[in-house]
Design a protein around this ligand. Structure first.
Ligand code: PMP
Length: 324
């Protein structure tokens, strides 16, 4: 089921009214940037919790900076709009995916970033899994390379850059894989088509650095924290070669969309035993509790959509969304 409403041109309108012209700059040239946020339904509390929304909106606005957009929004005002949108949609008993999008709304021909009007829109819809085989995905190394910071910065979620992700994802899927790993221009691993990457070797979790041309993932940051603080693993940020994956004990993708997905086979080689390993299994269980608001230690990452009847334990707060 799709959304019934959208925030569009400054107000919440029925989704049918949220339409742009074919002349829109962002549609022609890819001059937009987006976010992907999830909200999780918590049955016990009868409430919907948005996961780390301020971090997502900060990243959206940073992408706007890269694109020279002048937008009259702050992360806090975007969160207020999101709360109003979700209460209007009133999705009960289901998880939700939220798409904030900023874009060059000017209706003119001409490739550039400057002197163009921009706008912000957002919609939300019910959403389940992104990858089918969450406990055992089959992955290939893409023949495409990741965009470089000096071509289109991967740290911005720039709409035009997602043509790169689309090439990668389609070739992988049509070849019978669930996802792909992508090498950067230097031949080291960057990430998946739309998710960050980790491997586990001898009890150490390893993930590529930001300068490997990855998105500055919010799930990556969350997972790094959980691995270190909750599971006691050493977390190493360094470049990873293609063949190191083949001899890893475990590997996984993470992202708002995919959540935490075990990689159990890469280019016909089993990773570890070829089934989900203990680190990824425990991390998945920890992660789902945290995002759903069931772990009191991380309630500051969960923003409730509806007013709680009784104050929940922990330090839930609408406007505290610590990075970490
Ligand atoms: N890398 C890319 C290219 C992505 O599109 C995404 C999804 N937003 C991610 C990583 C994961 O980022 P996050 O955890 O912030 O959703």
């Amino acid at each position: 089921m799709g959304p019934s409403y959208a925030y569009f041109q400054g107000k919440i309108v029925p989704i049918e009214e949220a339409k742009v012209s074919v002349m829109t700059h962002a549609l022609n040239y890819g001059t937009g940037a987006f976010g992907g946020v999830r909200a999780y339904w918590n049955d016990e509390e009868d409430n919907l919790f948005i996961f780390r929304p301020l971090d997502h909106f900060r990243r959206v606005l940073n992408s706007g900076k890269l694109l020279m957009m002048d937008l009259p929004y702050t992360p806090e005002s975007m969160l207020d709009i999101l709360l109003e949108l979700l209460r209007t949609e009133n999705y009960q008993g289901q998880d939700v995916y939220i798409r904030p999008l900023i874009y060059k709304s000017a209706e003119v021909i001409g490739v550039r970033l400057h002197d163009l009007a921009s706008d912000f829109t957002m919609f939300a819809q019910p959403f389940g899994s992104y990858i089918e085989n969450e406990e055992g995905s089959r992955v290939t190394f893409s023949s495409w390379r990741r965009i470089d910071d000096n071509s289109i910065p991967a740290r911005g979620k720039i709409t035009g850059a997602y043509a790169n992700s689309a090439f990668i994802k389609t070739d992988a899927m049509l070849a019978g894989f669930d996802e792909a790993l992508v090498l950067n221009q230097n031949g080291h691993i960057s990430e998946g088509s739309a998710e960050n990457f980790f491997l586990v070797r001898d009890g150490v979790a390893i993930t590529p650095p930001i300068y490997a041309n990855i998105l500055e993932g919010i799930t990556r940051r969350t997972v790094m924290h959980l691995l270190a603080e909750e599971m006691g693993l050493e977390v190493e940020v360094r470049e990873i070669d293609r063949t190191e994956v083949f001899i890893a004990d475990e590997a996984f993708f993470c992202g708002t969309g995919v959540q935490v997905v075990a990689i159990t086979e890469v280019d016909h080689r089993k990773i570890g035993t070829g089934t989900i390993g203990p680190v990824v299994r425990e991390l998945r269980s920890l992660y789902f509790d945290v995002v759903r608001g069931k772990n009191p230690r991380y309630r500051h990452w969960n923003v409730p959509v509806y007013e709680a009847e009784a104050a929940p334990q922990g330090e839930a707060s609408q406007h505290q969304d610590h990075t970490g």
